[in-house]
Design a protein around this ligand. Sequence first.
Ligand code: AP5
Ligand code: MG
Length: 196
Amino acid sequence: MKKQFRAIMFGPPGAGKGTQSKVISDWLQIPHISTGAILRQEMADSTEMGKLAQEFVNKGELVPDKVLIGMMKTSLDTSKCPHGWILDGFPRTLPQAQFLDTLLTDLDQEVNVALFLNVSTSLVVERLLKRADLEGRADDNEETIRNRLSVYEHQTLPVLKYYGEKGVLITVDGSRSLDEVTNDVKEAFEKAPPPL
Ligand code: AP5
Ligand code: MG
């Protein structure tokens, strides 16, 4: 049977979560679920959720937990993800992490890899300002980037400890070249314990 992965890509804004998740998603043939990308699509389509999320995303604040939890109930439907998934940008608060655990317990499943891309603040700011010129994401301006980093530090970092205590956390130095980081990320996945 194909090995299953239920994995979280964790790290500050600009750490490379999206970049590495795409590579791993292709490699392992599991869906890459990015909450930021889903929200940006909802905003572009001007849906109810998109309109609600817009002011939070554009200021670099977190969208309320209840919106994200509703979104993930749909996205993690196991019939669509029989071999698992890689989550990028979720969970970002302790209530989101606890929700995920409750959902998985009901399914007799658990997260088996939480991969932390460790990158310094100065380097992520540099990367995001560079991306601003290329992609024009509304939240890639200096003021919003600083706020995203502060939100990460205060609201999201506790999630790192949460997975550390569960014994599934693996830290990779995300400050090196894309290929070097990918090699370490793949190695971490190869060594990960099998999921429930
Ligand atoms: P989200 O879209 O998740 O943004 P983020 O966490 O701020 O992270 P980024 O997407 O900016 O960076 P990344 O780590 O994916 O790095 P990337 O691979 O792009 O969330 C956006 C917003 O949505 C949030 O602020 C919030 O409002 C809302 N939201 C989302 N999830 C939520 C949740 N769960 N709860 C509440 N609200 C939520 O790389 C960055 C750049 O660096 C790219 O240009 C890339 O090409 C480059 N790069 C990557 N790796 C390397 C490398 N090794 N060397 C050189 N350059 C590199
Ligand atoms: Mg991203």
